[in-house]
Design a protein around this ligand. Structure first.
Ligand SMILES: Nc1ncnc2c1ncn2[C@@H]1O[C@H](COP(=O)(O)OP(=O)(O)O)[C@@H](O)[C@H]1O
Ligand SMILES: N[C@@H](CC(=O)OP(=O)(O)O)C(=O)O
Length: 453
């Protein structure tokens, strides 16, 4: 049995939904279908989820939501009409949104959670309806009825372990099951969403629960590319990548697959296959436990912006017991999470996402570290991009750091920091954000041009 997930880009129009249904029907193993809300039809379009968030904010600010709400409803009606669904169903769509808007707003966060989830929920109902119109036994499945329990973390929910055995029952359900992605329910029966793009996570959880033979993730590109295609035109495709490599690449910027979506599939040993809805016969990319090392040490180069570093130096820091702990405790007291912490004998840098800071918090942290830890110097550097080169082959291969540093030096890029992950499958370079593209291009040239991956 296969679990198949279709992203928002695969469901943005009626034409796209028809392709999705054809793909599902072309393989009888494709039984559980996870769907996102309709995504962008063209680059300047808006995703339904973004429209719903904007709509919810208007309501909570007592502003008029009518225009955005109509836009949302019209998008579904357009799709429903393209698919030839019955008029009574289009009326149902309108009513279901109006019902969500009637919900209690005293807890604004939970109200927004329910509104966000209604994008996937409505789409799952719509798609089930279209399967039925084509004469196929298909059922919309509600995540609460199926037992998808999640933690109480709005916009960042985590699956609760007891979900898995409950979800296992889906495998004995008749027909094709259409399951809305992106959300589950807490123990009180309230809706909570995963982090953005989290339908990938739903698919992986279901694949684990039913013990699928494969989790197919359909999107709008032929494969996971070795580098973000918006930086390099037509980059090399990755045929096979390990869970560990993909986890690092997703974390570091490969938005094609959600960074949290690998773990459930990995734990159950289920391969993930990324494929293109618009070109389903392309081989795609397989995410597996082990792969053959054929084409050099690096499988992919990811990058992301929006980081800053807190640099702390103190003479003889290495001899001071508990220095690192105290420093991290200060960050914890401000509720900050950190990404990396490269260190030397007398200094340490803590890399954070800079959207967690503002000038006031920054000032307080600097003073706190100076006073509590008697640091010689504390400074914050903004506008950093992190470039991650990833590959299992880096563990056995000597000289990868040297090649990468040389390539960056040739391109005239100053490396602000280097950090090699303890797993030795990744190496991170911090550069100024303005140099992100140039750095990725230089590294791509070094590790991929002329190499078959
Ligand atoms: N390394 C990469 N390989 C492939 N696509 C990538 C990569 N990095 C970023 N992307 C982007 O991810 C997009 C697909 O992800 P997303 O828009 O979330 O799809 P979906 O709507 O299917 O969930 C691609 O269109 C591409 O622009
Ligand atoms: N619709 C949700 C969840 C999701 O996974 O969407 P997509 O498949 O379009 O990335 C979001 O936009 O976050």
């Amino acid at each position: 049995m296969k679990v198949v997930k279709f992203g928002g880009s695969s469901l943005s129009t009626g034409e796209q939904v028809k392709k999705v249904v054809d793909i599902v029907l072309s393989d009888p193993e494709r039984k559980i279908v996870v769907v996102s809300a309709p995504g962008k039809r063209h680059p300047s379009d808006e995703k339904i989820t973004d429209l719903l968030i904007a709509c919810g904010k208007k309501i909570l600010e007592h502003d008029s939501e009518t225009e955005i709400l109509n836009e949302v409803i019209q998008r579904y009606i357009l799709i429903a009409n393209e698919l030839g669904l019955h008029e009574s169903f289009t009326a149902e769509i309108r009513n279901s949104f109006l019902q969500v808007l009637q919900k209690d707003k005293s807890d604004s966060v939970m109200f927004l959670e329910a509104l966000k989830a209604s994008g996937e929920d409505t789409n799952a109902k719509l798609i089930a309806n279209y399967f039925q119109l084509r004469g196929i036994e298909a059922h919309y499945i509600n995540p609460k009825d199926a037992g998808l329990l999640v933690s109480n973390e709005p916009g960042n929910a985590q699956v609760l372990p007891e979900s898995y055995h409950r979800l296992a029952d889906l495998s004995s359900h008749s027909g094709i099951l259409i399951f809305p992605g992106f959300f589950g329910y807490n123990e009180q029966g309230e809706i909570l969403t995963f982090s953005r793009s989290g339908s990938d996570i739903t698919g992986s959880i279901l694949a684990n629960g039913v013990g699928a033979s494969v989790y197919e993730n359909f999107t709008d590109v032929d494969a996971v590319y070795s580098v973000n295609p918006s930086i390099i035109n037509q980059p090399k495709e990755i045929r096979e990548v390990t869970y560990r490599e993909m986890r690092e690449l997703s974390y570091a910027g490969f938005s094609v697959f959600h960074e949290e979506a690998l773990i459930p599939a990995y734990r159950a040993g289920i391969p993930v296959h990324v494929k293109n809805t618009n070109n389903p016969f392309a081989p795609g990319t397989r995410i597996v436990n082990e792969r053959e090392q054929r084409n050099g040490p690096v499988v992919g180069i990811a990058s992301d912006t929006g980081f800053c570093s807190i640099y702390v130096s103190k003479y003889l820091m290495n001899r001071e017991v508990g220095f690192g702990r105290k420093l991290l405790q200060i960050l914890e007291s401000f509720g900050l999470s950190y990404e990396h912490s490269p260190s030397g004998i007398d200094d340490i840098s803590i890399i954070l996402r800079e959207n967690q800071l503002n000038s006031e918090i920054e000032k307080q942290i600097i003073n706190y570290i100076k006073e509590e830890l008697h640091a010689d110097e504390v400074k914050v550097e903004h506008g950093l991009a992190l470039i991650m080169i990833v590959g299992e082959g880096m563990r056995q291969n000597v000289g990868t750091t040297a090649r990468a540093s040389k390539a960056l030096a040739h391109a005239g890029i100053n490396i602000e920091m280097i950090n090699q992950g303890s797993s030795e499958v990744s190496m991170m370079f911090g550069v100024k954000e303005v140099n992100e593209r140039k750095a990725v291009e230089a590294l791509y040239q070094e590790f991929f041009v002329g190499v078959l991956v």
